[in-house]
Design a protein around this ligand. Structure first.
Ligand code: BGP
Length: 475
């Protein structure tokens, strides 16, 4: 990172990229695949819920990774990826979610993906459930509000572990599991409109997911002794808006919405502050003794997405102006992305240190990146995107991650979000691009689906090749 100090990134560091089935595969109804909740969310989190698949839903075709995976994985290999994070679409394996037997054609697709990864020596990192609850489970059971989903999920993970157990070592149980408290449909397949889902019902859905996650960890360890299972949370430091003790306490309280999930995954029981909160809110959860026993199956590592930090305040008036995904108060010291996400590289060092100090479990940064509007141009006769803004974002975050490693934090790897342009989770746009690889597809669905290397493609390849030594010191 400068000429004299060696790079803090270990040689074993897993550099790579991360995706989710529903955002890139397309082929939404092919080879026996059932519908998922994504097929009724044409405008992402913010938009209305449709009755079924609609032509304006870009996820139905995605970027056609389902047919182009070999070519795309070859491009990742060209950058030197050590790891590729992808999710398995639950409804490819169990089209409705509650069948007895898995769909062979769905299983076979991920065999083919794993074949390609093996060919290039890329380690797979598999998300078992990434905002992709089968639609039938949402419609019939209101998603994770029903305890029955635990059994369906267990059947699903057994099918995955039986099929891929010798090929996949790293598993994540639920993507951004803390999102269930904020977005019950995306996080937990709850079809009841968000406004009508009470706090208690959100915590109940989260509880069933937490039990399912711990159960998957137990089953994984039984069936695959070498497997490493991680939880996955949205990580975001909340800074007090002012040094007023009330603001400091408010920030700590809000951060606990996230810590709650990590604490249970790592410590195997509900933390005292959560029990107090539930008691005082008059929330009585369905938690059995058997659940408590299952929760003691703790994770091997903690993974997280990191895009931004927030401020928090105890002042109701200031709170009213809040924006952003988790609903924090804007920080006057930070600039924002074109989508209003506040950019804070140092926040990554802060949250990595906080998580490590709290849990002493290896960390894995499984999402980080900049969604931006890109312009395809021609340089020396080659089509590309000159995405210096993306390079700057990633450089500065990786420098801070390096600082955290130098601080003593154990970090297994870093998979940037969306190494190839894909459909946004929050807005379902294609124009919110994260990739090192540009995909010719537009928000109106037009485009050839051709792939082009952006400037950041060679930049990331160099970072990987030099184990981070090519990063520039933070500005
Ligand atoms: C996370 C999700 C991803 C991904 C990312 C970027 O919350 O786990 O699925 O999409 O955010 O968000 P967006 O696509 O909304 O820009």
């Amino acid at each position: 990172m400068n000429d004299t100090v060696p790079s803090p990134f270990p040689d074993t560091f897993l550099w790579g990229g991360a995706t989710a089935a529903n955002q890139l595969e397309g082929a939404y109804d092919q080879d026996g695949k059932g519908l998922s909740i994504q097929d009724i969310l044409p405008q992402g989190i913010v938009g209305p819920v449709a009755d079924g698949p609609t032509p304006d839903n870009l996820k139905l075709e995605g970027i056609d990774f389902y047919h182009r995976y070999a070519q795309d994985i070859a491009l990742f290999a060209e950058m030197g990826f050590k790891v590729f994070r992808f999710s398995i679409a639950w409804s490819r394996i169990f089209p409705r979610g509650d069948e007895e037997a898995p769909n062979e054609a769905g299983l076979a697709f991920y065999d083919r993906v794993l074949d390609e990864l093996e060919k290039h020596g890329i380690e797979p990192l598999v998300t078992i459930s990434h905002y992709e609850t089968p639609l039938h489970l949402a419609q019939t059971y209101d998603g994770w509000r029903s305890r029955e989903l635990i059994g369906f999920y267990e059947r699903y993970v057994r099918a995955l572990f039986a099929r891929y157990g010798t090929r996949v070592r790293y598993w994540l149980t639920f993507n951004e599991i803390n999102s269930t408290l904020h977005f019950p449909l995306m996080g937990a397949g709850v079809l009841t409109p968000k406004e009508q889902v009470s706090k208690g019902e959100r915590y109940q859905a989260a509880h069933y997911e937490l039990v399912a996650s711990a159960s998957a960890t137990r089953i994984a360890h039984e069936m695959m002794p070498d497997a490493k299972v991680g939880c996955m949370v949205i990580a975001a430091p909340f800074y007090p808006l002012t040094p007023a003790p009330a603001d400091v306490w408010a920030a700590k309280q809000t951060e606990r919405d996230t810590y709650f999930f990590g604490d249970i995954h790592v410590r195997g029981e509900y933390p005292g502050y959560a029990l107090r909160y539930l008691r005082e809110q008059g929330i009585e959860l369905d938690i059995t003794d058997a659940d408590r026993e299952i929760l003691t199956n703790t994770v091997d590592f903690v993974s997280f997405s990191y895009y931004m930090s927030f401020c928090e305040t105890a002042d109701p008036e200031q709170k009213a102006g809040q924006g952003n995904l988790l609903g924090g108060v804007p920080n006057p010291h930070l600039a924002s992305s074109e989508w209003g996400w506040q950019i804070d590289p140092v926040g990554l060092r802060i949250i990595a240190n906080d998580f490590w100090d709290r849990w002493q479990k290896p960390l894995f940064v499984v999402e980080n990146g900049l969604g931006a509007k890109d312009q395809l141009v021609e340089v020396d006769g080659v089509k590309t995107v000159v995405d210096d803004y993306r390079i700057a974002y990633m450089n500065d975050h990786l420098v801070q991650l390096g600082e955290a490693i130098a601080d003593g934090v154990e970090v297994l790897g870093y998979t940037m979000w969306g190494p190839i342009d894909l459909v946004s989770a929050s807005t379902a746009q294609l124009s919110k691009r994260y990739g090192f690889i540009y995909v010719d597809r537009n928000d109106d669905g037009s485009g050839t689906l051709e792939r082009y290397r952006k400037k950041s493609f060679a930049w990331y390849a160099e970072v990987i090749r030099t184990h981070g030594a090519s990063l520039r010191p933070a500005r």
